[in-house]
Write a protein that binds this ligand. Structure first.
Ligand code: TXA
Ligand code: MG
Length: 329
């Protein structure tokens, strides 16, 4: 098992220990408001290589670079457009990643050889303190094996990555619970590459020209805008089926038992051995979704039935993750 430090027990020690592991080329899982990240110094090619190995991540899929603030982001970018200033002022620190032109401070492996870099200032106190202490940007993808469900607790990280990570800083459950929105500012018009809990309508208040990226192409087609937009992603091992409220009972009858159900509101008619009720408020639902998927996947169930949430822009990120989780292998 990797070393695990609870941030609340002794924050000063956790910051010093995390910085020391990172500075000696190690991998540290860090809590952010979205999901836990698997961090290494973004200027250390060997450490960045260990991230790809630990996750089993294809080398063509670039990593998000984390910075403490706007000043650090500007230092890392080759070009920092005015739109980046506006979005960062409105939403940083927070669940928004900005893709801009890459500067020389980032090793090639981080950006998969590409000319752009994805930057984010996360909003947890302990991780911001670690970023400040290290004084270098940190590359940190979600701390899960490639294509599996992202971790929203330290325990998810330990179970998924085990000894491949040197230290886990346990900051408790992530409050947002879904990965950041990714906005590409290198194109005209700018594109939303990955929907997040900050949704299109909210982002357009700051950036009216923002458009949604085209749906992810299926495997084998031309190069994608964001390699992480592969169709199958965020998937539990157990078969996952999505059904509308009215179709739940019929879907349940057709599935093998034991059955796990993930619902918005309680449903008395639905027979399921395991159930999670996540509510009808998009932020609260998002905060609980990955923990429910992890728990369902670890239960003895043979299928996971998920109630399809309402069709509304505030649910777009949830629909995106559920749609990917339900894709056949
Ligand atoms: O909330 C988050 O963003 C979390 C936390 C840890 O910050 N990180 C995260 O990283 O979700 P990851 O690596 O699992 O997802 C990064 C996404 C991938 O879809 C990747 O392809 C895309 O961002 N990405 C990274 N760099 C990019 C770039 N230069 N251009 C386009 N897409 C990029
Ligand atoms: Mg990920």
């Amino acid at each position: 098992m990797p070393e695990i430090l609870r941030a609340d027990d002794d924050p000063e020690y956790a910051v010093a220990r995390a910085a020391s592991v990172l500075n000696s080329g190690g991998l540290v899982a860090l809590p952010t408001e979205t999901v836990y990240g698997l961090a290494a110094r973004a200027d250390d090619a060997a450490a960045v290589g260990r991230i790809f190995a630990a996750k089993g991540r294809p080398a063509h899929n670039p990593l998000i670079v984390h910075v403490p603030d706007l000043t650090a982001a500007r230092a890392v970018a080759g070009h920092w457009p005015a739109a980046a200033d506006r979005l960062a002022a409105a939403h940083w620190p927070g669940p928004l990643t900005l893709v801009v032109e890459r500067g020389p401070a980032i090793v090639e492996a981080v950006t998969a050889g590409g000319a752009s870099v994805a930057l984010r200032a996360p909003d947890t106190r302990i991780t911001r303190a670690i970023l400040q202490r290290v004084g270098r940007p940190l590359a940190a993808p979600s701390a899960n094996p490639s294509q599996r469900i992202s971790p929203t607790t330290a325990e998810h990280v330990a179970t998924g990555l085990g000894d491949a990570v040197d230290l886990i800083v346990d900051g408790g459950p992530c409050t947002v619970g879904l990965e950041s929105a990714v906005v590409d500012l290198t194109t005209d018009p700018p594109r939303l590459l990955r929907p997040g809990t900050l949704h299109l309508d909210q982002l357009r208040r700051t950036l009216p020209t923002l458009i949604e990226a085209e749906p992810a192409p299926s495997a084998g087609t031309a190069r994608r805008a964001s390699p992480g937009l592969d169709r199958r992603h965020y998937a539990p091992r157990t078969r996952l089926v999505l059904a509308g409220r009215d179709e739940l009972a019929a879907a349940a009858a057709a599935l093998p038992r034991p059955l796990a159900a993930i619902l918005c509101t309680p449903s008395a008619e639905l027979a399921a051995e395991h159930r999670w009720v996540l509510g009808s408020d998009p932020p609260a639902y998002a905060a609980g979704l990955f923990a429910a998927l992890h728990a369902a996947d670890r239960s003895d169930c043979r299928a996971i039935l998920v109630e399809r949430p309402p069709d509304d822009v505030a649910w777009r990120a949830v629909h995106d993750r559920l749609g990917r989780a339900a894709e056949p292998a």
